[in-house]
Design a protein. Structure first.
Length: 234
């Protein structure tokens, strides 16, 4: 199935990850287990995403415990931010924070799907000094924007929410977006990847073929936010 996806969508083939994804699908997996599995999957996908999306550069001189001098190593780019989409994106936050060698800012985006149209509606945005450009998304770059934003969105079903978040980050002024996800549907991944093809890379653990008329992936994972926060049947 991966061969039908755009080149900026990367589907992991890690055996342990695939087994964990199968466990996450099960309707017998409780909230505690769901949280742990999403975190573990996020670590594996995050490792693959950061390996491809980051680089290293030499830092200042340091001294080892033996007193020998060495050149320290830092990561590039120098300005990175993590942007979880509320609520379920919070479940991937610890995973990526664990991987990064230094703390980076965390900015939150709140979006939900309108039940009838399934189109995204933004209800919260704490990107600093976020001012959408009047014409082109890149025509008025924001000096407060990070060079790279990791967008955390566990499930990409219709792709509308992820695409809207990518557009918001582009308007903010980021140069690149790396999406870290657990599961996506083919059409949703295509929609999100096509929002800004030259600036976005999507890393996902697994792909399912179809979405129901209610916007849920089949067989999917259910509503990850509801599973994590025990709000099923609200």
């Amino acid at each position: 199935m991966a061969h039908s996806l755009p080149p900026n969508v990367h589907v992991s083939t890690h055996p342990c990850l695939q087994a964990k994804l199968s466990q996450l699908r099960a309707n017998t997996t409780n909230a505690r287990e769901t949280k742990a599995l999403v975190h573990e999957i996020g670590l594996i996908v995050g490792c693959e995403a950061t390996a491809a999306g980051l680089s290293t550069r030499s830092g200042p001189k340091g001294k080892s415990h033996m007193g020998f001098e060495y050149t320290t190593t830092t990561i590039a780019p120098s300005t990175i931010s993590l942007v979880p989409i509320l609520r379920s994106g919070l479940s991937l936050l610890d995973s990526v924070q664990t991987l990064l060698p230094v703390p980076v800012p965390v900015h939150h985006l709140g979006l939900f799907r309108e039940p009838t149209t399934l189109e995204p509606v933004e209800y919260y945005n704490n990107l600093p000094y976020h001012i959408p450009a009047a014409n082109s998304p890149s025509s008025t770059p924001n000096s407060s924007a990070s060079e790279l934003a990791f967008l955390l969105d566990p499930v990409i079903a219709t792709g509308g929410t992820c695409a809207a978040a990518i557009q918001t980050l582009r308007e903010w002024g980021v140069k690149r977006v790396i999406v870290v996800a657990v599961l996506g549907a083919v059409d949703g991944l295509k929609r999100a990847a096509g929002e800004w093809p030259e600036g976005v890379e999507i890393w996902v653990a697994g792909v399912d073929a179809s979405v129901t008329d209610k916007g849920m992936i089949n067989p999917g994972l259910g509503d990850v936010g509801d599973r994590l926060f025990l709000t099923i049947g609200k």
